[in-house]
Write a protein that binds this ligand. Sequence first.
Ligand code: HPA
Length: 283
Amino acid sequence: MTKAKYADYLESAQYINNIIKETPDIAVILGSGLGEFAEKLSDTVIIPYRDIPHFPTSTVSYQKGELVFGKLTYENGTEKRVLAMNGRFHYYEGWEMWQTAYPVGVFKLLGVEKMIITNAAGGIGYNDTRELVPGDLVAVCDHIKLAPDSPMRGANIREFGARFFDMQSVYDKELIKIACDCAAKRGFALKEGVYAYMAGPQYETPAEIRALKVLGANLVGMSTAAEVIFAAQVGIKVLCISCVSNMAAGITGAALTESEVLDTAATISERFKHLLSDVIELI
Ligand code: HPA
C-alpha cells in the first residue's frame, strides 16, 4: 500500500480534534495486557479506530482498537488530559511499518509533545550482575532494530521533519529519571534496558536471543520501535516502559506462550497503572 500523505494525517487529526476539542497533555500507547490503564480516566470520550479516516484497525483479539481521551485528576487538584491508544498496530499483523507508526503523526498534529509507550517484552538480562525477572518494569533507554524496514522509508513528508534525523535523544533521559523516582516512591525499582525489536510473530530462537544479548539488548519485543522512530522525526519525547512478561527464549528452557505474556502483564497491572498515573502528574 502506498504511504499516507500529509493530507491523510491532517484528516485523521481533524476528525479526532472535532471530538476531543482539547490538546492532550500526553499520549499513551497501551501494550499487550496493559489496556486497563484506560479505565483510570474520567470524563472519557471513546473513538473507535475504524471511525477515524485513514487509521489502521487493530487485529489482535485482546486489544481493543480505540482511542480513549479522558482526564486524570490528582488529590492536589491537578488535571491531565490523556489520549490513550487502547490497542496498537504490529508489523506481524500485516501492516506496513509506516502504518504501525501512523498514529504518531496524528498525535503530532494534535499538539502532543510527550508520549508514553508501553509493551510486554521478553527479558534477556544483562551482561553483568543485574537480573531481570518476569514482572519487572523496565524503562527503555535505547533500542536495536535489525529488521531492515523503517516507518520512514519512502517519500519523506517534509512537514513532519527531516529525511535524515537523529535517534540519540528520543528516549528522553528526564522522563526516565522521573519514572525511576516515581517507582522508588512506590517502593520498587524501575530498571533500565535496551529493547531489541524483532518482527515476529514467532518468538525468537535461543540462538537469536544469545546473539541479541551479545549485541547489548536486555529486552526483546515485537512493537514500539516504529512508533519511536516516527516520534524522533517529529520531535515527540518518549518514555517507554516494558513489562517483562517472560524470560526470552532459551533462558529458562520453558516454552513461550501468549498466555504467559498476558498473565504476567495482568499480575503487574495495578503497579503499572499507579506508575503511569504518578509519572503523568509530573510531566
Ligand atoms: N519475544 C518477543 N516478543 C515478546 C516476548 C518475547 O519473548 N514476550 C512478550 N513479547
